[in-house]
Design a protein around this ligand. Structure first.
Ligand SMILES: [Zn+2]
Length: 149
């Protein structure tokens, strides 16, 4: 059975239904690129569509995520300000305190905190709240708050 392209008249084994200038034509493969596949234009029929189908699903990527650098979590409640406490706060604070040659007790007194707060901070088990971090920065002359981007 011979079919002919409605555009160029060539005899082809199979025709493609395309829309060219708002007219549906049965054309050969060569001519079909001048139009858009008629099926993809809201034909209303849930038939198989020709042409590339846009998948809603994202291709599953199997790229493993790089290990996230561990970062102390911000305390809830005092994070209105966009600051993060430096992950090395424990070391920075201890070094700062030792530079001033004061004890944890003295440091605690100066910033009006309890000594075990200071001890926990220096052990890295307690992340100082922003306001405590500010006081420590000021007193010790160190930098432990980094601006969140
Ligand atoms: Zn043709």
């Amino acid at each position: 059975m011979a079919v002919y392209c409605e555009m160029c008249g060539k005899q082809v084994p199979k025709l493609n239904k395309v829309r060219i200038d708002s007219t549906i034509l049965n054309v050969c493969d060569d001519c079909s690129r001048f139009g858009t596949p008629a099926d993809s234009i809201r034909s209303g029929r849930p038939e198989k569509t020709t042409g590339p189908q846009i998948s809603v699903q994202m291709p599953k990527k199997s790229i493993p995520l790089p290990p996230v650098k561990q970062r102390p979590r911000k305390h809830k409640g005092d994070d209105v300000e966009k600051y993060q406490v430096d992950p090395d706060y424990a070391e920075i604070i201890r070094n700062g305190r030792e530079r001033l040659a004061i004890t944890q007790d003295e440091l605690a007194m100066k910033i009006l905190e309890r000594r075990n707060v200071i001890a926990s901070i220096e052990r890295g088990v307690l992340m100082p709240e922003i306001k405590v971090a500010r006081k420590l920065e000021k007193l010790l002359g160190v930098k432990i708050l980094i601006e969140d981007e």
